[in-house]
Design a protein around this ligand. Sequence first.
Ligand code: 2M8
Length: 445
Amino acid sequence: MTAGQATGVAADAGALRAVAVATLSANWEHDHTVPSRTLYPHQWSWDSAFTAIGWSHLRPARAWRELAGLFRAQWGDGRVPHIVFNPALPAGSYFPGPGFWDSACAEGAPPAATSGLVQPPVHALAGWLAYRRDPCDAARAALGRLYPRLVAQQRYLATHRDVGGGGLACIVHPWESGLDNSPAWDIPLAAVPAEAAVMRAYRRHDTAHTDAAHRPTDLDYARYVAIVAAYRAVRYRDERLADRHPFLVECPLLNAAAGEAEQALARIAGTVGADPGPHRERAAAITEAVVDRLYDPATGLFHPRDLRTGRLLPARTALGLMPLVLSGLPARPVATVVAEACSPRFGLGARMDRPLPSHDRTAADFEPLRYWRGPSWLNLAWLLRRGLLAHGRADLAAGLRRSMIDLVARSGCHEYFHPDTGAGLGSPAFGWTAALLLDVLAERG
Ligand code: 2M8
């Protein structure tokens, strides 16, 4: 099957699996998987974790190469950059490219050109799942090599990024959340001084490949660029962020991923001869901090906390459901998050007639076509499904799994999907859609 056919529609599980395999194979690039050949032709951090999970079903060696390749670009301070640039690609194949980031200006940056930001740390989980699927000697050795790097990644978030001092990591850019233009960020982003006209000096790559009406606006991009410029100006150092950085938010997804990573690290530690105890303690501490600092009993959801104002950000987005992945989450938030997920806002159910949206369907600023402001994404459904299984809701997890499979059967491995019709949006032949589909297909309903 060709990559072109990989964008098509498939009827049964076998054909669907073949579409996903063709997509992942077509996106494989010597030691990593590109999210998309057109829109995102380099290596992205959390995409690589998700695609490693997909490879573990097909060619486990590639899962380990994918993760090892990403962590080769880890910085001296432990941060895992959210983009590792492929030097073989021409300048202009992505904006902002390596010249804009200028990672070489930073102390401790790797030889490879990278961004200076991070993304949700779902890599320990990916490593653990890949190992569990194929626990051979080679996999144990690969996991053993990865373990200290995963620990350093967590340490970076727990120390350099605990700007609020409450035991949670803060993000310094919306790109670090992975949900770039979520309505969750509208308030803190509006406080970043910038003008859309700034973008005349740059050439956006995304709008050359996909409908501009589906992407963040030029004003959003002007602000994204301004925040990177502020961080780059201090060579991506994290000291005194509270005094000088224009965007500082504690994100429920990133912190839930960090808590879940400690659970995975506890299991990995037990396998590679290290002590699981400290990881279990940190998982419990992060879970407690996520509840203390980000749970709003009034909405029953988790909300990001803006460290510049001290306030919770009011939008009810899918970010607020993600702490369900924390297995130690207390019963009350579990109950209210599940109730919210099942409400008309998100429409979760044992039978779903529409897929999970990335934002509250009933909100005035819900946009079914624009990127993270409404469309359905398979990685969010996959994470929520894990959370439902962790908290004994196999009935709802089965409904979500069915809706994930139906989406790809209808539209192919698109980057995201229309939350009402299921039509494919963004880039076709998208890496994590294929990978996570393979993962759910491999599990029984
Ligand atoms: C999107 O983000 C990049 C910037 O990092 C972009 O819009 O250019 C997001 O969907 C992000 O979550 C994802 O990792 C990346 C690559 O798929 O694309």
